[in-house]
Design a binder for this molecule. Structure first.
Ligand code: ADP
Length: 454
């Protein structure tokens, strides 16, 4: 069993990992930047080492400093959380070279799924449906236009290294194509240092449905059902729930089976998420696999009762999965709202600063995953997400009513947040009817009076 873990992350996920380690009797080492001295994960971990200045590429992305901290503190594993180095194959390799267990899948799996065009190939090989698109990367504009015409407009141009909705452009016709193709390439080059792109047919109003999987070192793989993450702003998830109010039992079964098939085809180890788009006729298509724990993992935990982070730690310790597929039951409905320090009135501009007053909601069926507290100053250097509110209940209606109540109770003063915006969505009849697609937020913002959520 792993005895001591370095947590190579910050914020709520670092705290989440500390909690799982504490329950398993595993010692924790927090690493932190100069801007995060006040953060709860630093205070709650058994030990903490400062690894550099605030900017991520001088601290949380500095693999050599993290490995040095691991060696000084004599840890036997590193949990990368999500973001930062979580999908960095070189870092995983460095860990292996230093005989430190990287809590995640094999380096090969990280490399193959980290490149979205390669990931598509893997899905095709495993006979999992993909969206019609180009055969891998296309770098020639003329060739790309030819393929786009074959696929049929609209098409979406996507960065192979893409993430967080960056490096993605939609072209509705041949005239717009060249401009969009080049902007996607430029944005990808800037964001990821890799301008390679591929093409897919653009689905007009799909659902984003993803399947959580767990695999161990013995080739066992199970799925833990889906999460519906269709409520997105600029391709970034805002609200996630499970079970999906849209997919049928038959589609759910097929998607779960295909997700397991794909993970098994690469002997997948650890927690992973296989993302699909689903059209109005319940046809589903693979879009990517994330080889790490996701922000929205708590939704699945509340629906199934499985602690995913503990499972990651047990799998990394060389244990067999604690569950077989037949043990996984979907016992209730859960929904998550991401709380961000941002101002909906100023086009969701980040809003760091000191939280002067903080009172989180509680009571039956409410879970808060957050590292902030009253008097805490949110640094401007990182992602604006400061908390996740997860509510759950016997059915969707109860979980939604509870979310409405929890968001109403949530008091954060000193900074602006998107809490009212999320609450307006929870109350919106279209959302409540269960019919939201990935186009929903755009349409909601067009019709909802601004004073409803600012
Ligand atoms: P990222 O890794 O940047 O999050 P994804 O490939 O996961 O990118 O896609 C993010 C979101 O972009 C999807 O959930 C969906 O809303 C939209 N999207 C991606 N591909 C398509 C497509 N082919 N058609 C329509 N929407 C798409």
């Amino acid at each position: 069993m792993i005895k001591k873990v370095l947590i190579a992350n910050r914020g709520e996920i670092a705290l989440r990992i500390v909690r799982a380690c504490n329950e398993l009797g595993i010692k924790t080492l927090a690493v932190y930047s100069e801007a995060d001295v006040q953060s709860l994960h630093v205070q709650l971990a058994d030990e903490a080492i400062c690894i550099g200045p605030a900017v991520s590429n001088q601290s949380y992305l500095k693999s050599d400093r993290i490995i040095a901290a691991a060696e000084i503190a004599d840890v036997d594993a590193i949990h990368p959380g999500y973001g930062f180095l979580a999908e960095n194959a070189e870092f995983a390799e460095q860990c292996a070279d230093c005989k430190i267990k990287f809590i995640g899948p094999s380096t090969d799996a990280i490399i193959n799924f980290g490149d979205k065009a390669k990931a598509r190939d893997m899905a095709v090989k495993a006979k999992v449906p993909v969206i019609p698109g180009s055969d891998g990367v296309i770098d020639n504009e003329k060739e790309a236009l030819k393929v786009a015409k074959e696929i049929g407009f609209p098409v979406i141009i996507k960065a192979v290294a893409g993430g967080g909705g960056k490096g993605m452009r939609t072209a509705h016709n041949a005239v717009a194509f060249a401009k969009e193709f080049n902007s996607a390439r430029n944005e990808a080059e800037k964001a990821f240092g890799n301008g390679a792109v591929y093409l897919e047919k653009f689905l007009e109003a799909p659902r984003h449905i993803e399947i959580q999987v767990l695999g161990d070192q013995f080739g066992n793989v199970i799925h833990l059902g889906e999460r519906d993450c269709s409520v997105q702003r600029r391709h970034q998830k805002l609200i996630e729930e499970a079970p999906s109010p849209f997919i049928s039992d038959e589609t759910r079964k097929k998607m779960g089976r295909d997700a397991v098939k794909l993970a098994k085809s690469v002997n997948y180890e650890g927690a992973g998420t296989i993302e699909f788009l689903v059209d109005s006729k319940q046809n589903y298509y693979f879009i990517e696999m994330n080889t790490r724990i996701q922000v929205e993992h708590g939704v699945t935990e509340e629906v199934t009762g499985v602690d995913l982070v503990k499972e990651q730690l047990l799998i990394a310790s060389g244990q067999k999965l604690s569950y077989e597929q037949k043990d996984i039951k979907f016992i209730r409905h859960a929904i998550e709202c991401r709380v961000c320090a941002e101002d909906p009135a100023r086009n969701f501009a980040p809003c760091p600063g000191e939280i002067s007053l903080y009172y989180p909601p509680g009571g039956h069926g409410v879970r808060i995953d957050s590292h902030v507290y009253g008097g805490y100053t949110i640094p401007p250097h990182y992602d604006s997400m400061i908390s996740k509110v997860i509510t759950f209940g016997r059915n969707r209606e109860l979980a939604l009513d509870r979310m409405d109540r929890a968001l109403k109770e949530y008091l954060i003063r000193g900074i602006n947040t998107n809490i009212s915006f999320s609450r307006a969505i929870i109350k919106d009849p279209t959302f409540r009817s269960g019919s939201a697609t990935t186009k929903y937020i755009e349409e909601f913002m067009k019709r909802a009076p601004k004073n409803l959520y600012t």
